[in-house]
Design a protein around this ligand. Structure first.
Ligand SMILES: [Zn+2]
Length: 391
């Protein structure tokens, strides 16, 4: 399992902050993009008391950047920064933390600084990050953020020394460069410690070559994946599956005057418009993995067609294409329909709704196919069920 550690993406470390790193804001978008490529994302947060002993305000006679001894360790004098609860200590607002599962704060002890996300600079106190990663079976960590020559470097070095296979994604970091060459030297130091230095481009392309994933049983081998789909192998047979919580519903929606609701939208895999029954996913929203199928069906019917139904009945569950996917579709029949909105799906979808008399559907489908559209096979299953029931 692989974890991304985002180091100190805080207001004080970007343009306009007390200890601004040049180009700090530039890497935020890239980091947002990277977060969705990992099983687990951690953020560290520099979190100092106002009288932290690394602060220039505590040493009026020492210039910023000079060094002194603090608790037996050489300490750099920094401008006051990331004071607990201040705006400067907040994460950069553009940093999308929706994939971040845990935040580890550091530097809270006034008498010792803490560059690394794992330990203070004397390695006396642990933040809990190591245990957190071990508890979740993480073996490989990728480090990004601010700043390359301080907190990123020490976090990566500690990760490597703890036995994690460690990578630095160098274009998703920026350095302070207090002295010229600091960034280059810190990268060389990381390399010497066995840390793999990579570009984000390589990460995006290698995430499809992972061998294992969190909830894959032993009988399946992961060949590749995106956020929404996994390509897996069982023995010699490869197929596509969705995350375990995701299920599929489809709806045979029949009006009181026996019109069937059909939807059509452009489908990229086949490169044309496809006529389908209203359908959608249950449990695909994080935090709502256990959404009941019926509720998903009701939601999808309203979203796609604008109709609500008085009566619902579960019909059956069918495979959708058992040669290439383990997907099973649960079909519902919905009657007693009334239109509430114009439908059309969410903002990312462009769904056309047609309401066709049941008796005319076979001919209508033939006409639509002549126009270059395709018909999903479940439409014919829907016709079978619609013809069985009385309205
Ligand atoms: Zn600090």
């Amino acid at each position: 399992m692989r974890a991304l550690i985002v180091v100190d993406l805080q207001n004080d470390f970007v343009e306009g902050g007390a200890l601004a790193v040049a180009g700090g804001k530039e890497i935020v978008g890239l980091i947002n993009h990277l977060t969705c490529q990992f099983d687990l994302v951690i953020a560290t947060q520099d979190w100092h008391p106002a009288d932290h002993q690394s602060f220039a305000s505590q040493h009026p006679k020492l210039p910023v950047g000079s060094k002194f001894m603090l608790g037996g360790t050489q300490q750099t004098v920094w401008p006051d920064h990331c004071v607990q609860g201040s705006f400067g200590a907040d994460f950069v607002p553009q940093f999308d933390r929706s994939c971040v599962s845990q935040i580890f704060r550091k530097g809270s002890n006034r008498d010792i600084d803490s560059y690394s996300g794992f330990f203070d600079n004397n390695r006396k106190q642990a933040t809990g990050l190591e245990q957190y990663l071990r508890d979740r079976g993480v073996e490989e960590v990728f480090v990004v953020g601010l700043a390359t020559d301080y907190c990123v470097k020490f976090t990566a070095l500690d990760a490597a020394s703890l036995g994690f296979k460690t990578h630095l994604i160098s274009d998703a970091c920026q350095g302070v460069e207090l002295s010229p060459g600091d960034i280059e030297r810190s990268i060389a130091q990381m390399q010497a410690a066995g840390i793999v230095i990579q570009q984000s481009e390589q990460i995006m392309s290698t995430t499809t070559q992972r061998e294992t994933t969190l909830d894959l049983p032993d009988s399946l081998e992961l060949v590749g994946h995106t956020k929404h789909l996994q390509l897996v192998k069982r023995g010699k047979w490869s197929f596509v599956q969705r995350p375990a919580s995701v299920r599929v519903v489809c709806i045979v929606a029949l009006t009181d005057d026996r019109h069937l609701l059909l939807v059509e939208q452009h489908r990229p895999p086949v490169g044309c418009t496809v006529i389908e029954l209203p359908a959608g996913l249950a449990g695909d929203i994080i935090g709502h993995e256990d959404e009941p199928l019926l509720r998903a069906a009701q939601r999808e019917l309203l979203e796609e067609t604008g109709f609500v139904a008085k009566r619902w009945r579960e019909l059956t569950s069918v495979t959708s294409s058992a040669g290439i996917t383990n997907e099973v579709v649960t079909m519902f029949i919905a009657t007693g329909l009334t239109q509430q909105t114009s439908g059309g799906g969410d903002s990312s979808e462009n769904i056309q709704v047609s309401t066709i008399p049941l008796s005319q559907i076979p001919q209508w489908l033939t006409e639509q196919q002549a126009l270059g559209k395709m018909v999903d096979s479940r439409v014919y299953a829907g016709l079978y069920f619609a013809n069985l029931i009385e309205t």
